[in-house]
Design a protein around this ligand. Structure first.
Ligand code: HEC
Ligand code: HEC
Ligand code: HEC
Length: 357
């Protein structure tokens, strides 16, 4: 049988040593080498794929987990659409036949009127939308929403393209779209000034310490987003952006990235955020998007504050629900991954007469 030699036992007794420290070190290093060896031989357990977004050599790419790439947006399945019924000469108009037809849509043929109403009910999850005996607030809101949707598709074609938007783009089958926002500042009652609007993890700050009023100041009040140039700023001049302006811009940019499921390099070369010559085509698209969102909020959604019931208004300021990039995009660089939702709905594509082909 194996026996520890006597010389070792006596040497060991004469030279007491704490072996715990070295043993932990050897164990930790050995464990790391083992895990690294596993990863090298078996492959990284959460592999990623990158899509190049800028010229070669700039390192511009966006990264996804391979398991997410190519997975369809689950809400695409819930989009219902009905084929256009091309009007024939002599077809009756909804306004002449249907009692209490919605005046805005009264010129549509009966078949197209009915199919549009049915679709709007599905898209918003309101089964009796525009068919109630009494005119309720939802009827008034829906009327404004139809005009807003037509206006987006016609006036902001530079952003929404032929893909377009329908009620489903924002509503996804629910009366209240899930990516709306309200004013929430001040978020820190104990502080005044700068600190009052930041250093609290809120959805509006993307759960960072950055300001929680970025959407309010930049996508509602229309304040200036640009903060970056090559001035040394040794002395601050009147009108120069402040530190907090910079943080607010950064807060908005985090929001953009999360809303679209991308990173900064989808739109910028991060080596030169200030340089308009080094942006991607998506930057231009985003830039139009900013103006579009300002209009959606100020011209369409804020006025609904007078119409919506109190329980639909903001918890702190009683303000109307507002939209931003995520309201349509919901985590994808194109809403519903670019599903051309408008192709069957010429009625929602223009503020004028629908064009049926
Ligand atoms: C740009 C995004 C967007 C689009 C497109 C859109 N909506 Fe809305 N809708 C909203 C927001 C934001 C609200 C406010 C949420 C609330 O009522 O609390 C709203 C509210 C409503 C409400 C009131 C729901 C309630 O119970 O409070 C109705 C009805 C409605 N929309 C109908 C429509 C119809 C019909 C369409 C398509 C013709 C449409 N919406 C298109 C964003 C949108
Ligand atoms: C979807 C496109 C998009 C994404 C993603 C994006 N940005 Fe921006 N960014 C823009 C646009 C558009 C502007 C210009 C806004 C304006 O001035 O009206 C801008 C402006 C800026 C500015 C100010 C530039 C100046 O001229 O002062 C900075 C800094 C910036 N972004 C940083 C970032 C950072 C950091 C990220 C990632 C966290 C990011 N951006 C993600 C589109 C984007
Ligand atoms: C009313 C709905 C809506 C809102 C709000 C909206 N977008 Fe979009 N956006 C779209 C649609 C639809 C497309 C797809 C256009 C196409 O297919 O050509 C799109 C496309 C884009 C693209 C191009 C993506 C690509 O892969 O090429 C960018 C970038 C973008 N949006 C950024 C933004 C930003 C930033 C905001 C907020 C400031 C915003 N969008 C707000 C509907 C919207």
């Amino acid at each position: 049988m194996f026996k520890i030699p006597d010389w070792f036992t006596s040497w060991s007794a004469k030279n007491p040593k704490d072996i715990y420290g070295p043993a932990i070190l050897v164990g930790a290093v050995g464990g790391a080498v083992f895990v690294a060896a596993l990863i090298v031989t078996w492959g990284y357990p959460a592999p990623t794929v990158s899509t190049q977004t800028g010229p070669r050599g700039t390192g511009m790419s966006i990264t996804d987990f391979a398991r997410d790439a190519g997975r369809p947006d689950p809400t695409i399945e819930g989009f219902v659409s009905f084929d256009v019924v091309p009007p024939q000469p002599g077809d009756a108009r909804a306004g002449d036949v249907i009692e209490n037809a919605e005046p805005l849509l009264a010129d549509l043929t009966v078949a197209n009127y009915e199919r549009l109403i049915r679709a709007m009910q599905e898209w918003t999850g309101i089964p009796d939308l525009l068919e109630t005996e009494e005119e309720n607030y939802q009827t008034i809101v829906a009327r404004s929403m139809i005009e807003m949707t037509q206006n987006i598709n016609e006036g902001w074609v530079g952003h929404v393209g032929d893909t377009g938007v329908t009620c489903y783009t924002c509503h996804r089958g629910e009366p209240v779209p899930n990516e709306i926002w309200f004013k929430i500042t001040p978020v820190n009652m104990a502080a005044a000034g700068w600190s009052a609007v930041q250093n609290r993890a809120t959805p509006q700050s993307q759960f960072t310490s950055l300001p929680s009023d970025a959407l309010e100041k930049l996508l509602l009040d229309g304040e200036r987003i640009s903060v970056h140039d090559l001035e040394p700023r040794v002395r601050t001049m009147p009108g120069d952006p402040t530190w907090q302006d910079t943080e607010r811009t950064y807060s908005l940019m985090n929001y953009f990235s999360n809303a679209l499921g991308v990173n900064c390099l989808f739109c910028h070369n991060s080596a030169a955020f200030f340089d308009p010559a080094q942006v991607t085509p998506q930057w231009a698209n985003a830039s139009i998007g900013i103006s579009m969102v300002l209009e959606i909020n100020n011209d369409w959604l804020v006025p609904l504050g007078d119409v919506l019931p109190e329980h639909r208004l903001g918890p702190i300021h009683g303000d109307a629900p507002k939209a931003a990039c995520a309201t349509c995009h919901q985590g994808y660089s194109k809403p519903l991954q670019g599903l051309p939702v408008l192709s069957d709905w010429p009625e929602l594509a223009t503020t004028g007469e629908p064009v049926y082909e």
